[in-house]
Design a protein around this ligand. Structure first.
Ligand code: NDP
Ligand code: SSN
Length: 341
């Protein structure tokens, strides 16, 4: 199915290999339209077509890299051109604008910072829409709100191309390991068409219906995550204040019902006040801001998220925007100090 869907490809691409999960193997694709797939079932499918990738930040670079390593014919663009270099070394091609990428590729992915940049790259001057046409697809994997996603979708589909939103759960390491979780919505035939590519970059995929549902699911997940991180930070600080070893707290939590990979992964470095960036704090605050607006749109109070958002805003004003979001603990430390003066 996927190969047939990519008619118009200028050359036959080799069969895809799944990266980073043991030995390379031929890509297996489920022919059925399922809501999720972890370890696809079905026949071996040769995937053909050119793939564009716009936005090579923390997430976009490893995602594009996995596509290249899997044998895809990939063309990249990034606002800061130097970030394309590692991908070009792996064999990617370069186009000087999103429009150029979209016009030379069958399907184009975009992984951009926020609603503004996602809309600009898709719909602005020299944006992807200018290079799109019937038969092409645009897949936005950035985390944005539903309204922005709908706006982008309408702009894309007005060219005759098809649109899928597909934000991801999972951070830098899962992106590197091809273990992301795709939360897709929009054109279902495009979803099926790009499934082999999603399976290269991810471990599972959900198709959630109309455009906006993927964005909403992503924001709900991230608002839970942002609040959990604040609660965890409060626990780490309190444990230390009452004379406990916060490292022991991390271990105790890891063995109980509230165990989460995030706590085990970030806890030890947070205790050392180190915040190597996997998920930038500015993006987590953006997601909380968007989740608050989503909740307001259906008149649901989310007071814990609102409180957490204030702390992320405080952390940004302390200059921590580009640190990992676990640096929110520093805003809490500052609050504790102020309250004791
Ligand atoms: N990091 C993570 O753990 C995860 C992030 N996400 C989401 O994925 C998206 C990307 O995140 P991440 O890779 O971490 O972010 P980065 O900040 O590392 O990368 C952002 C990308 O957007 C580009 N960009 C920003 N503003 C503009 C603009 N005005 N015009 C064109 N390009 C622009 C940047 O280009 P340039 O290089 O020129 O700055 C860069 O390519 C965000 O929506 C984030 O919320 C989702 C899951 C996990
Ligand atoms: O949007 C970022 C999500 C990070 C994660 O899922 O670990």
């Amino acid at each position: 199915m996927a190969a047939a869907a990519f008619l118009g490809a200028s050359r036959a691409a080799p069969a895809l290999l799944l990266p980073s999960r043991g030995l390379p193997r031929r890509l297996l694709v489920s022919a059925a339209s399922s809501s999720s797939s972890s370890g696809a079932a079905g026949g071996v499918v040769e995937f053909q077509g050119k793939v564009g990738f716009l936005g090579l930040g923390i997430m976009g670079a490893p995602m594009a890299s996995n596509l290249i390593k899997a044998g895809c014919d990939v063309t990249v663009w990034n606002r800061t051109k130097s970030k394309c270099d590692p991908l070009l070394s792996l064999g990617a091609k370069y186009e000087p604008s999103p429009a150029g990428v979209a016009s030379s590729c069958d399907v184009t992915f975009a992984m951009l910072a926020d609603p503004q940049s996602a809309a600009e790259v898709a719909c602005g001057a020299n944006g992807a829409a200018e290079g799109l046409a019937p038969g092409k697809g645009y897949v936005d994997v950035s985390t944005v709100d539903g309204a922005t996603s709908k706006l982008i979708g309408e702009h894309i589909t007005s060219t005759g191309a098809s649109f899928l939103e597909a934000p991801v759960s999972g951070s830098k390491k899962p992106a590197e390991d091809g273990l992301l979780i795709f939360l897709t919505a929009g054109d279902e035939s495009l979803y099926k068409r790009v499934a082999p590519l999603l399976d290269v970059m991810g471990k599972s995929r959900f198709y959630l219906g109309d455009v906006g549902n993927g964005a909403a699911m992503k924001l709900v997940v991230n608002m839970v995550m942002g609040s959990m991180m604040v609660s965890f930070s409060e626990g780490l600080l309190l444990s230390e204040k009452v004379g406990l070893d916060p490292n022991t707290l991390v271990e105790v939590i890891s063995q109980g019902a509230i165990s989460a990979p995030m706590f085990s992964l970030k806890g030890p470095s947070m205790v050392k006040a180190a915040y190597p960036t996997a998920f930038p704090l500015k993006h987590q605050q953006k997601d909380l801001r968007l989740a608050l607006a989503l909740a307001e749109s259906v008149s649901q109070p989310i007071p814990t998220v609102a409180a957490a958002n204030e702390l992320y805003k405080a952390a940004k004003s302390l200059g921590l925007a580009d640190h990992d979001f676990s640096a929110v603990i520093e805003a809490l430390k500052a609050k504790v100090e102020n309250s004791q003066q």
